[in-house]
Design a protein around this ligand. Sequence first.
Ligand code: ADP
Ligand code: MN
Ligand code: MN
Ligand code: MN
Length: 331
Amino acid sequence: MPIKAEYIWLDGAKPTKQLRSKTKILADGQEPPTWGYDGSSTEQADGSASDCVLKPVFTCPDPIRGGDNVLVMAEVFNAEGAAHSTNTRAVLRDVAEKHTSHEPLFGIEQEYTMISDGWPAGFPSQGYAGPQGPFYCGVGVKNITGREIVEAHMDACLKAGLKLSGINAEVMPGQWEFQIGPAGPTEVGDHLWVARWLLHRIAEDYGIEISIEPKPMRGDWNGAGCHTNYSTKAMREDGGMAVINAACEALGKNVDKHLEVYGAGLEDRLTGAHETASFKEFLYGVGNRGASIRIPLHVSQAGKGYLEDRRPCANIDPYEVARVLIETTCG
Ligand code: ADP
Ligand code: MN
Ligand code: MN
Ligand code: MN
């Protein structure tokens, strides 16, 4: 039986890259080969020299098509064989390779909003839901919308072998979260991008749009983030607290560099309200959900573990976020 290989890659859309994919039929047992596509249709090339190259970097079972079918995450190269300027994974690979001795690990909390007919699912049609409060981790039809999609997505991620570590309903109605990790620098990005692709794809079957806008609803509604939990080997070992504090100090000296890759539109989300710190200030503290960086209580009690950078928005490119965290704290 021939194999359907769904090649997934990132386009050149600005300011936020989008997912693209297409199918290649492989012979039974064939490894996914290098492939190509029309880069002039993805903001990655001119029509006169439009060919871009796809090199497979991560392959997993396709939980939707089942059987021996696979999902293939690919990096983009130009016709001359160089990494494409939009290939942020290639840049991360180089940085991560220099710092393997630090054994960095990442856990990313992907928040997202289900949209039905242009309006958050869970809000009355073109009206507003009651005030936030009962929805976070809620149960029952008054509080919850879209659980069937969340369950289908969770099963799909597990069948694909992704490092999914959990899901929860979020503070705004129609808003949910899944977590990927702990995983290494390129691995967390590969798994997060494939999990996002699966979410968009599964939601198609329900006629639901998945938004990763940082602030999908203006007003007194929580935005959507990608809290990034991060540790190095030294942070996880005895005496790790001092290393975590030093990392927070270093992060405070590199605010602009980080905000540059923490998601387009972050000013609308990082206002200082709704469990965020303003993007204009930098704060870190134990258990503080109004800080830029939170050190979880259990980490402070154990004296080792990890930190949570709460600034990255839902629409980040995880390859870029992993890169700057390593550069700032392992340099
Ligand atoms: P929150 O309390 O902020 O909602 P979550 O439980 O949603 O936290 O997410 C915590 C994330 O931290 C998970 O993805 C988990 O895998 C990750 N994590 C746990 N330990 C580490 C570690 N040592 N380094 C990096 N990430 C970690
Ligand atoms: Mn969480
Ligand atoms: Mn959350
Ligand atoms: Mn969090």
